[in-house]
Design a binder for this molecule. Structure first.
Ligand code: FE2
Length: 261
């Protein structure tokens, strides 16, 4: 498989619950490049009320320091400053005020996650953000049952211009058989656009991606897998146009299969 792109990994030392030292961050990057086959990656930090001191300028500065460190250590990994923004009532206002960092700092995409254990109807926020000039990447929406299991819910967000980024752990260690089935259905129907390890540290939550990429390649071999694991991510990171196909319609399930989910 081609060099992978990781669209969700916390790599900025001391900024959030990711690596606490630059040594740990570099160790994660070495692991990504040498063991996981990643060539391009976001360098994320959370922007939410738990980390009020994480500003776009601090993320830019930390990502730039990390890039210099990677050059020095000859680790072939390109990293791009990015925030993982938690949805809150003023998110659109904060974006227009320049308080939120977009993916790769390009002003095109905002990586948005749901508040923990809470479902928010994102439709109006996604519309308002788009009107303000930025489109949304949904960070691991498969963790939200209302989006994973409600027919048509994720499609509606995609139709509003969202991209879907799923976590590798959801593929390699799904929490239930019903979850696994639903996620595989998303992948085969073209719902999923991007892959991210959601790595936070070299050990506790390591940035593993290769095994999930292999499974995706088994489920949707060839170009489709390559788009999810590499080229869509690269297009987002480099600010290029994405070649997207509309997702296939959900399969109608028989009354018999409904008994099991
Ligand atoms: Fe994250």
């Amino acid at each position: 498989m081609a060099v992978l792109a990781d669209l969700h990994v916390h790599l900025l030392a001391g900024l959030d619950d990711g690596p606490q030292t630059q040594e740990e961050a570099v160790e994660m990057c070495r692991m990504m490049a040498a063991e996981e086959g990643v060539g391009h990656s976001v360098a994320l930090a959370h922007q939410n009320e738990q980390y009020p001191l994480v500003t776009p300028s601090r993320i830019r500065e930390a990502a730039s320091l990390l890039s210099q460190e990677l050059l020095r250590a000859r680790i072939p990994l390109e990293v791009f400053p990015t925030a993982e923004v938690m949805v809150h009532p003023d998110v659109v206002h904060d974006f227009t005020e320049g308080r939120l960092l977009t993916v790769a700092d390009r002003g095109q995409w905002l990586l948005l996650e749901m508040p923990h254990n809470l479902f928010v109807d994102l439709r109006s926020i996604v519309r308002d953000l788009r009107a303000a000039g930025v489109r949304t990447i949904l960070a691991h929406p498969e963790r939200t049952p209302e989006l994973l299991h409600e027919p048509g819910a994720i499609e509606e967000l995609i139709n509003l211009g969202c991209l879907v980024q799923i976590s590798t752990g959801s593929i390699t260690a799904p929490p239930s058989a019903a979850f696994e089935r639903a996620l595989k259905d998303w992948i085969t129907r073209g719902i999923v656009h991007l892959l991210g390890s959601d790595g936070h540290s070299p050990r506790r939550r390591a940035p593993r991606i290769a095994a999930a990429a292999e499974l995706i390649n088994r489920w949707v071999p060839g170009v489709h897998a390559e788009q999810i694991c590499t080229s869509n991510g690269l297009a987002v990171l480099r600010g290029r146009t994405l070649m997207l196909h509309p997702p296939a319609a959900p399969r109608r399930r028989s009354w018999f299969s409904r008994l099991w989910t």
